[in-house]
Ligand binder design. Structure first.
Ligand SMILES: [Fe+2]
Length: 245
């Protein structure tokens, strides 16, 4: 006799359906802490394709004083990579914007690269949230953008205040869970927070947030979260971003 709690957990890569589009990755060469050059980019993308990824949106960091990328620079880098013969994976580009002062300037100018249909990938500092975060989210939407918050499960300072996640959702923010969080790649606390967010039905989309080949190992690992059903639902919702839809 087998009880359902003993049901074998899937490996992470097994959860990716055919046609899966990843909306968060650092595969463009030389723009951030992801791939350093064209060779690394091509190798990584080919490996991702073997794992079951079908389509990618490259989202290099844009972060004042650290990764000062411009829309033009990102597009150029994407162009050169996308032109290479070795790549057969459909590749698009946007950015993962840290919410800082320069981000607000770009927002005012309407100069944000979107994942699709005004959805813009944003991240917060791992040390503290901006004091006026809710004001910024409001402004962003007044400008016509829809914020997609990258890896909400990784902001430790929110862990003691779960209600903040509901508040952020009510404030119009969509949530993108990192796939590697559900296998414990960032530690047990982040895995547990992923499960809580899934349980509360707060996760809209998923992303790999892959920076280098070392991250691929996590996709062979078994899923640790209990809410695999909610996880599958979020994975399926990524289809929205496909160029083929
Ligand atoms: Fe990222």
């Amino acid at each position: 006799m087998m009880f359902s709690i003993f049901k074998k957990k899937p490996r992470l890569f097994e959860l990716m359906p055919s046609g899966f589009i990843d909306i968060h990755s650092h595969v463009l060469p030389g723009l951030d802490d992801g791939c350093k050059n064209m060779t690394q980019s091509i190798e990584l993308i080919q490996e991702m394709q073997k794992l079951g990824f079908s389509e990618l949106i490259a989202t290099p960091h844009t972060m004042t004083g650290v990764w000062e990328n411009s829309s033009e620079g990102i597009k150029e880098s994407w162009n050169s990579l996308n032109d290479t013969q070795e790549l057969t994976m459909p590749l698009n580009y946007a950015s993962e914007y840290l919410i800082d002062n320069n981000f607000l300037d770009r927002m005012q100018k309407g100069d944000l690269l979107c994942l699709k249909d005004q959805r813009v990938l944003v991240e917060l500092s791992y040390f503290q949230a901006p004091i006026n975060l809710f004001e910024i989210l409001f402004e962003l939407q007044l400008k016509g953008y829809i914020p997609v918050l990258a890896h909400p499960e990784r902001y430790n300072y929110y862990f003691s205040d779960f209600k903040i996640f509901e508040k952020l959702k009510k404030a119009g923010c969509l949530f993108q869970l990192n796939l590697m969080s559900v296998v414990g790649h960032y530690g047990p606390e982040t895995m547990k927070m992923s499960d809580r967010l899934l349980e509360a039905n707060l996760i809209d989309y998923v992303g790999s947030d892959i920076h280098h080949k070392g991250h691929l190992e996590a996709f062979q690992r078994k899923v640790q979260v209990k809410n695999v059903k909610a996880l599958k639902k979020a994975i399926a919702a990524n289809t929205f971003f496909s160029k083929k839809v």
